[in-house]
Structures are given as C-alpha cells and as structure tokens.
Write a protein that binds this ligand. Sequence first.
Ligand code: PMP
Length: 421
Amino acid sequence: MKNSQDSALRERAARVIPGGMYGHQSTALMPDGFPQFFTKAEGTRITDADGNEYIDYMCAYGPNLFGYNHPDIARAISAQQLKVDAATGPSPLIVDLAEAMVGMVTHADWAMFCKNGGDATMMALMIARAYRGKRKVLVAKKAYHGAMPWNTPRPAGVLPEDRAHLIYFDYNDPQALEDAAKEAGDDLAGIFAAPFRHDTFADQSMPDREYAQAARRIADKYDALLIVDDVRAGFRICRDCSWEAIGVRPDLSAWGKTLGNGQPISALLGNDRARAAASKIFVTGSFWFAAVPMAAALETMRLIRETEYLEHMTMIGESFRQGLASQAADSGFGLRQTGPVTLPMVLFEDDPDFRIGYAFCQAALQRGVYLSPYHNMFMNAAMTCSDIAQTLEATGAAFEDIKRSRASLKPSAALTALADA
Ligand code: PMP
C-alpha cells in the first residue's frame, strides 16, 4: 500500500497545523499506517491521498447515511447552489425543513438549525437553564456530547468552573440518576441522555426501558428538561427520535451528522414545554441559515421517509456482524460486538490495551477495509451484499494475520502515551 503522499502531507501539516491534526483525527488515536487525508468519497468508498481505496465503515464518523455523493442529494445541492446559499437571511427551505422534522419526530413541536452536533447540544444546555432559570445538569459519566468546554474529553483549556454545575451519573442506572437529581434538588435544569451508551474504547449498551422511564419521571418531578443527544445515532435506529423506539419522549433532542448526508447541518428539536425558553436564548452563527445544506437535508429526509434504507442497513449490519463472529470463532479469537447492528462496536476479548484490535484494523486496512478499533462504526444504506463479501474476505485474512503474529503484537505507542498523559 502506497503512503508517500500521506507522509508528505503529514510533514507539511506538522508545520502549519497544531499537533499535525486535531480532534478524532489526531494522530494519536488511529492505528499507525492509517491514512490521514482523503481525495475522494463515493458511495461506500473513500480514496486516500495515495490513491488507495477503502470500503469505509466510519462514514465520516456518521454523516454518510445514503452513500457519499448520493445522486438525488447531489442534485438537490447543485440546484440550490444556483439559487441562494449563505445570504443575509434564511431561504424558505428553513420552514420546509422545520416542518419536515417536526412531522417525523414525534416529540418535536419546533426545530432550530445549526452546523455541528456540539452547537445543538450547547443550545440544549442553554435552553434547559433558560427554562426555569436553574443551573444543574445531569450527564452520564464518559458520555460524549461534543467538544465544548462543558464536555470536551481532554482537560486542557477547561476550567473546573466550566463544569461546576454538571453532576455525573452511571448510564443505565436509575438509582444513580435519582441520587444525582436529589443532589441537584430544586436547582435541576436538565438531564442529558445518550440514546444508548456509545462511549469510545468500551462495549456499547442499550438503555433499559426502566432507566429511560426514570429519566422522564425525574425530569417531570423536578420540572427540568429531558434531552436526548441523537447526534450520533439519529436515523440509524428509527425514523424518529431514537428513544421513541422504547416509548420515552424527551423535551429536547439534538441532531447532526446524518441530517444532510454530509452537508454541514445540525438541529435542535423541542416540544411546546421548551418553546418559550428556546425563544429567549441568543444563538446564531454566520452559516447557520445557509440554504444548500438545508436542501440536502430535505432530500435526505425524503429518502428516510420513502425508502427501506433502515431495513436494508439493518440486514447489511447483521451479515457483517455474523460474518465477523464466525471468522473470530474459526480463528480462536473472542469478539464482543455490541450496540445496534447499524452502529457496530467490535472489541476483542483479552485485549486490555487494544493491541489485538489495533493490529486487526491495520491488517484489514491493508486489504482495503477501513474499520475503527476504538470507536463505534457506522453502516450506510449504499452498502451491498457484495461490499460485505469483499469486507469479509479482507477481515478473514486479517484474522489469519493476527493469529500468526499474536505473540509478538505490541501495544500502540501513541495510545499508551495518551493513556499516560
Ligand atoms: N453528541 C454525540 C453523541 C456525538 O457523537 C457527537 C460527535 N461525535 C457530538 C455530540 C458532537 O457533534 P459534532 O462533532 O458535530 O459537533
């Protein structure tokens, strides 16, 4: 596999981009040898700067729902580009899109649009506090809600004061939630809930109905707002808010990623209870009203409503999961595959420092399949049975590779440095 362009770009990046790269693409997190730069994305595939093509199981960390460059969405984008994009005010599409989302998401009576998931979760935090002028917000330990000071996973640049009014609880534990609410008392503003537990470097777990119901009950009891952060899982679990599937309706839900199939747009949806507070806060951004991403989102919503994309992705996800499970068993590895099949997390048994998982993903990458050893992956609706067959051919060989090299595998140096930091 060629990587000379990638290496040259990394060298240049190290001079002009702090740390060479940042966020989830910071060089410390992905295994050595993973490309950093991509020149093309089409359907289920990405091509790196050296021309190597991969079947992509990260889907841009979520946004790619229908395949990169989906023709219907691309057409909607081109048509809108000829009319108006970022201008002095929004286009009529903002009303169409708000109506479309309110029509699809049962708990929602209104919508506000922004750019990133972190914008939407920040707005949720502000609305929860504006609602009754209270301060305390409950957040599950280790849950990711974006990279703002109140939630970024690394400590640099964050003050204890930024988190002074957050109270952490264990996901899926109704008693812990109850205790955290008691601690907040009559200062409880809101409860953040991930639709399911999807932390990095950990097994995923689905919420117990009892826990989700407790979150609703406690929010009502304290006159606080319940927020579901559907930024990552939205529209990969159902065509509605992910907690609709277990019958619990939040006051607010945060959306992003899939909304525009890759165009920059996110949303906060809310019910009438939260409407007055949402009207009071001042939030905006230079690009928040841009019309092109809204045109893409409207077309994405149409495809969500009118196609069997979710059923197809579920079928594809199941065959990926089953294929991996039988290959692992045949080659003597224990795999833990957790969470919904459309957002699969794959971790190895007896792999405390992730050396097996990292080596497995490196071996799959060499054979044209881009997987993550520490983050949940994402299915998209463009994936076909033949993509899965090609993937399983690569992963079958990857299992053989790591079986041979198992005794000599080393932990990732960058990961170890990160854990020590
Ligand atoms: N919430 C969740 C659950 C997420 O997964 C993410 C992004 N991975 C965010 C919020 C933040 O979204 P963004 O990166 O678009 O700001």
